[in-house]
Ligand binder design. Structure first.
Ligand code: C2E
Ligand code: MG
Ligand code: MG
Length: 696
């Protein structure tokens, strides 16, 4: 038994019960002497908690269980009795050196006949640690919430929607300091209208059982508009009962939306001109055609730049692009508000106009043609361009968008056919014409298989010696029902469908084979279509026609029109040169009727210029035509090309042409195109006979 234990027995007004309560009380307790600060009595819990034995306690003061920095405070507290009757926080030292966080409760007592202090200790170490952990967790959460890249806010709906949480990202999005926001409701932050919109969303989200997602454009304090996507859901009150809070997670989707809008715009617009594109147009016309009535009729105008390819080829793609942009600008300027101008691709534009706006659609089309006839500025040079327009009206011509578009297309085709630089309205005959073309295509294919084509030969007379120079091969179609069909009735369709390629090959072979049987000095002229120049097989076909027939290349003359130069010059020119290199002669046909740019005369050395018969007609009386005839003779001698006049029908024309110095003539006066047998009869009879017949 130690002294301290004996002392324990005689505490206060000792009785056994009290002593046993003191000894076994779960709270560590001791009584110490306020003068010496020595322990007078210590209970079991204190022995256990602190790890000092009773012997050790007997020799210790209450300062010994405190770290050095707490001792001064302890002395002051004992002297001033300041920690009496109330809980005080202390740090105590255990025997093993560990720190204890404790609350002590001091009380003045009488012990062993003197004044003493009873200290009751509550170990707070674990409780404090738990608290610290909670508060650490809280501040960690706070910092996570604040650093989240999305806006997070919580409103207390029981408090008029006041914000109780508004993280940094929220602040950045709306351009506010979160400190200014927390505690306020939307009305204190946003304008009335905006606040009302939020409140409506909030109440909806609050009554909905699931999350509500809303997108809202807000105007920030700096005046900038931002698009906010917010997911809102309710949170229960802390007791877990009724919903009370509204949790919102907001994202600034402004950039996302603008990228989406940009992509959507790009998908629907033409990058070059900025006009709506075909996709946009299709969507729009579908709707427009559906709702068009007699009172709200609409006109669809398809507009195509005539010979655009020529400009693209001759001036370069940059100039072509510039032209398209200028056309687009002029169309847009003329279109009324609410009308649609679209670029469908290439040089094709569409306008969808309301008739009540356009006034008379004829006048509108004329205004368009007029506006486009003003020269365009391409690279500082003035370029004249014309356009063709096809017009269909809904509901007059069609009540559905597909039909309307088809009809406008047919009208455009008709405008092109009727010489371009004009407009045409859809007419039912155009559809019939289209059907006819379709039928014709089917029949042409069949004709090729069944050998229904024939070649007629028209004599070409050399004026210097009145001799027969050769023949031009001209195709005919002997149709089983319709009889002999002239080329103008089927060649255009064959060109459109590409059938001209196999037909042209047949002509080449047939013409070469026939001419190969004729005297060596006679030439054979064969007409080639521009489409054949776009086909890679042309050169090979010519070579094989010559090989098969054994015809000397110098006897073959190929006639092309200026349109070859309107098409792809880069492809045509090398082909022409290659043909010429084979020894074949190249003639320019229908001279003077086409685009009439003299540049191609320089670009390629033609062997022959065939003046179109429209200039021959009336040379007797028309001084203009005579002037042209003279000019062509000059050009021919300048470029060292033979000159030939087509369509000579009268003796007078013949004499004039001879007087002007034309090299060759061709025309009904000297012989119509005739079947092979007749042509061979002419060969055998001699051309002088023809001429003498012609000259009476
Ligand atoms: P083209 O090459 O200019 O042929 C001359 C056309 O003028 C021929 O018409 C001929 O019959 C006509 N003609 C000749 N002399 C006179 C005349 O004195 N007065 C009048 N009024 N006409 C005259 P055709 O045979 O109907 O051929 C028309 C066009 O068809 C040709 O014009 C040519 O461009 C094209 N063509 C003919 N055969 C072929 C062919 O095999 N292939 C290709 N691609 N086109 C062809
Ligand atoms: Mg010809
Ligand atoms: Mg001709």
């Amino acid at each position: 038994m130690t002294g301290i234990q004996k002392a324990f027995v005689s505490i206060g007004t000792p009785n056994d019960d009290f002593q046993s309560l003191f000894a076994t009380h779960p709270s560590p307790m001791w009584v110490y002497d306020p003068d010496t600060l020595g322990f007078l009595i210590v209970n079991n819990a204190a022995v256990e908690l602190y790890g000092y034995s009773l012997q050790e306690y007997a020799g210790m003061t209450v300062l010994d269980i405190r770290p050095a920095h707490e001792r001064r405070r302890m002395l002051d507290a004992v002297h001033g009795r300041t920690d009496m009757e109330k809980a005080e926080r202390w740090t105590h030292l255990k025997a093993n050196g560990e720190m204890l966080e404790v609350l002590t409760y001091g009380r003045a007592v009488r012990f062993d006949g003197r004044d003493a202090i009873l200290a009751i200790v509550q170990d707070r170490t674990e409780v404090n640690a738990a608290h610290r952990e909670v508060s650490d967790t809280r501040s960690l959460l706070d910092s996570i919430v604040d650093n989240l890249p999305v806006g997070v806010f919580v409103k207390d709906m029981a408090e008029e929607g006041r914000y109780i949480l508004f993280n940094e990202a929220c602040g950045t999005i709306v351009g506010r300091d979160p400190i200014d926001v927390v505690g306020k409701s939307d009305l204190g932050i946003f304008d009335r209208k905006q606040a009302a919109a939020f409140w409506a969303q909030d109440t909806k989200a609050f009554t909905a059982s699931s999350t509500v997602s809303v997108e809202e454009t807000i105007r920030r304090t700096d005046g900038e508009s931002r698009i906010l996507r917010t997911v809102k859901r309710t949170l229960p009150a802390p007791d877990g009962s009724l919903p009370r809070y509204l949790l919102g997670i907001s994202q600034d989707v402004t950039e996302e939306r603008s990228v989406e809008a940009r992509l959507a715009y790009m998908a629907m617009h033409d990058a070059l001109t900025g006009l709506p594109n075909r996709a946009f147009f299709s969507e729009h016309i579908e709707r427009a055609a559906k709702i068009a009535t007699a009172e709200t009729a609409i006109a669809l105008l398809y507009l195509d730049v005539d010979h655009f390819k020529h400009i693209n080829d001759s001036k370069g793609h940059a100039a072509g692009d510039a032209l398209l942009c200028q056309v687009a600008a002029r169309l847009t300027k003329l279109a009324g508000e609410g009308d649609l101008v679209a670029r469908l691709g290439g040089d094709e534009f569409a306008l969808l106009v309301r008739l009540d706006q356009a006034g008379s659609i004829e006048r509108f089309a004329e205004r368009l043609l007029n506006s486009l006839s003003t020269p365009f500025n391409l690279d500082g040079a003035n370029e004249h361009v014309t356009c063709s327009i096809g017009i269909a009206i809904a509901p007059d011509h069609a009540d559905d968008d597909d039909v309307l578009m088809r009809h406008a297309d047919l009208a455009l085709y008709a405008a092109k056919e009727s010489g371009r630089s004009t407009y045409r309205f859809y007419e039912p005959t155009m559809r019939l014409e289209a059907e006819r073309r379709h039928m014709l295509t089917v029949e042409l294919r069949d004709a090729l298989l069944k050998g229904q084509f024939e070649l007629y030969y028209q004599p070409i007379i050399q004026l210097d010696d009145d001799g027969l120079g050769g023949f031009e091969a001209l195709i005919r179609w002997r149709h089983p029902q319709r009889g002999l069909i002239p080329p103008m009735d089927f060649i255009p369709v064959a060109e459109e469908t590409g059938l001209i390629v196999p037909i042209g090959e047949w002509v080449l072979r047939e013409a070469c084979r026939t001419a190969a049987q004729w005297p060596q000095h006679l030439k054979i002229a064969v007409n080639l279509s521009v489409c054949q120049f776009r086909h890679n097989s042309l050169l090979a076909s010519v070579v094989s026609a010559l090989d098969e027939s054994g015809l000397h290349p110098g006897r073959l003359e190929i006639e092309i029109t200026e349109s070859v130069f309107l098409a792809d010059v880069e492809q045509s020119l090398p082909l022409l040169r290659a043909l010429k290199e084979l020894g074949i002669r190249i003639a320019i046909d229908d001279f003077g009727t086409g685009y009439s740019s003299f540049s191609y005369l320089r670009a390629f050395a033609f062997d022959k210029i065939k003046l179109d018969r429209s200039f021959v007609a009336g040379i007797e009386t028309d001084p203009g035509n005579l002037a042209i005839v003279r000019a062509v003779v000059g050009i021919g001698s300048g470029f060292n090309a033979t000159t030939l006049a087509e369509g000579v029908e009268t003796e007078e024309q013949l004499q004039r042409l001879q007087a002007e110095g034309f090299g060759e003539v061709q025309g009904f006066l000297l012989g119509r195109p005739m079947p092979r047998a007749e042509a061979e009869a002419v060969i055998n009879g001699g051309a002088s006979r023809l001429l003498s017949v012609a000259r009476g």
